[in-house]
Design a protein around this ligand. Structure first.
Ligand code: UD1
Ligand code: CA
Length: 495
């Protein structure tokens, strides 16, 4: 169905007093995104004329998030309620006939649900259609007072409920479809008759109903979709649901997740490249195993048959197939090709490329480095601004000294190079293919291919030196002991 007569309106100007935060409510995050971003994205596929976001508190920050998603903003100042927010949006709605109106704080709503709402609205030729939900605990929400089996008389806010209405467990999601030529005259009759002296959009429902306009209600199939975020506890609940949906999608596509409730995966993370599931952006490689307490963040992409072991945090990482991330690794903006093994306890800072079969062991830190195919750095090293060739071996404790306090310099190590343990490579420096570096060297000059670089004091062995030292020490001790004791005894006897 074409929706070129429809505009989306997101009400996102409020402060969110109940969060007790200096950050505007819609800028809080759940499920890896700000609340408002989730909602703009859910509206996008409706393909309406445009998405108008009403902004107020921290308007610039909200605009900075929604404008790149092709939404337009309109400023509401001061914020005199959801009805007032709608009036502020009016001039931006152009020739739209219908509006899908959403709050900025109910981020779980799905596009399919919005599409069904619009369809019900069109089919029923309604003035307004409300998305409702039936909740076990409806407290905090406006309640839907029905007029008939299918129509609504009014929405009553929590603060204005009568005793009988308090038991109604069908709540207003604050997601609606309105026929605008019916909404405007109804909204004009709404008065700010509540204790906050705000104009409530919800009060327009009773006005429409009293005018014998059709107000329909559509019950959300999954009541979790309409949950709003008024408090920190609400944010945590909503985050938990997003994370569960994301994990379930990956598990459905063949990823093993152990103790799934402990694993955090951001919405843009993909695992594998073969199988396409629900959302076309989400792809999944079969038989990857994700152990407990792993976090996969940002735009991380993981291939098939990988193992991401416990406690590892991957942000914007790209992994090929059969990669193993041992426990407690931290990986940022790095590429790990097929068969790479890292960790336990490896730290990959941004911009590394580990080529097929490379191995990075415990307490190794990498930054802006390329590790060649099958190359290894297994223990206690820092490799920064370094290029390491195929099958080279970096010994324990190797350090690239890439910074002189002013600038950073590169280190280049060829193919099949052997760097002995505890080597300091003072950059800029190059080590040619097939070269050896003796352990404990401080390398300040280039080492030619197939050569040996050795830069340390020459060892001298002195036979018998230790034994003689021990004898000398023992001899020096003895007379001291006797001379101390003797005078004491004599003095006692004299007394
Ligand atoms: C609102 C509904 C309530 C519904 C609940 C669902 C009203 C009066 N009540 O209550 O029936 O059950 O949502 O979650 O609408 N906003 C503005 N400008 C304003 C005031 C609010 O843009 O002047 C925005 C807020 O930023 C927020 C949204 O409107 O994103 C809803 O406001 P909020 O204060 O959260 O309303 P609720 O009390 O939750
Ligand atoms: Ca709310």
């Amino acid at each position: 169905m074409s929706n070129n007569d429809l505009t989306n309106v997101i009400l996102a100007a409020g402060k969110g007093t109940r969060l007790k935060s200096s950050l505007a409510k819609v800028l809080h995050r759940a499920g890896g995104r700000t609340l408002v971003e989730h909602i703009v994205r859910a509206c996008g596929p409706l393909k309406g004329r445009e998405t108008v976001v009403v902004v107020g508190h921290q308007a610039e920050q909200v605009a900075a998030i929604v404008e790149p998603l092709e939404a337009v903003t309109v400023l509401q100042h001061p914020q005199n309620g959801t009805g007032h927010a709608m009036l502020v949006a009016k001039r931006s709605l152009g020739r739209a006939k219908l509006a899908v109106v959403l709050p900025g704080d109910a981020p779980l709503v799905r596009t399919e649900t919005l599409k069904a709402l619009v369809t019900a609205h069109r089919n029923g030729n309604a003035a307004a259609t409300i998305l409702s939900a039936v909740l076990a605990d409806p407290s905090g929400y406006g309640r839907v007072v029905r007029k008939s089996e299918t129509t609504v008389a009014s929405i009553v806010e929590e603060s204005q409920l009568t005793d009988e209405q308090r038991d109604i467990n069908e709540i207003n999601s604050a997601i609606y479809c309105f026929t605008l030529e019916k909404l405007w005259p109804a909204l004009a009759q709404v008065k700010p008759k509540n204790k906050h002296r705000e104009l409530y959009l919800t009060d327009a429902i009773a006005v429409l109903s009293a005018k014998a306009e059709t107000v329909l209600v559509q019950v959300a199939a999954d009541s979790r979709e309409v949950l709003g975020c008024n408090t920190r506890a609400d944010l945590a609940d909503v985050d938990r649901i997003f994370r569960e949906w994301k994990r379930n999608a990956l598990m459905d596509a063949g990823v093993t997740i152990q103790l799934p409730e402990t694993v955090l995966i951001d919405p843009d993370v993909t695992v594998g490249e073969d199988t396409i599931i629900v959302d076309p952006d989400v792809t999944v490689g079969e038989d990857t195993i994700i152990e407990p307490t792993v976090q996969l963040l940002g735009k991380t992409k993981i291939g098939a048959r990988c193992t991401i072991r416990t406690g590892s945090v991957l942000t914007d990482a790209i992994l090929g197939d059969e990669v193993t991330v041992e426990p407690h690794c931290v990986v940022e903006q790095s590429r790990l090709d097929d068969g790479v093994i890292i960790g336990p306890f490896a730290r990959l800072r941004p911009n590394n490329h580990l080529k097929a079969g490379a191995r990075i062991g415990n307490f190794v830190e990498l930054k802006k480095s390329t590790i060649g195919e099958g190359a290894k750095a297994m223990h206690l090293s820092y490799l920064g601004d370094a290029k390491i060739g195929t099958k080279s071996n970096i010994g324990a404790g190797t350090i690239t000294c890439n910074y002189d306090g002013f600038h950073k310099y590169p280190t280049s190590i060829g193919n099949k190079v052997f760097i002995g343990s505890d080597t300091a490579l003072v950059a800029p420096v190059r080590v040619g293919d097939g070269a050896y570096i003796a352990a404990g060297s401080t390398i300040t000059e280039n080492v030619p291919a197939d050569g040996l670089g050795i830069a340390r004091g020459r060892q001298v062995n002195k036979p018998g030196w230790a034994a003689k030292k021990r004898r000398d020490l023992a001899a020096a001790e003895k007379p001291k002991k006797t001379s101390k004791r003797k005078p004491r005894r004599t003095s006692r006897k004299r007394k």
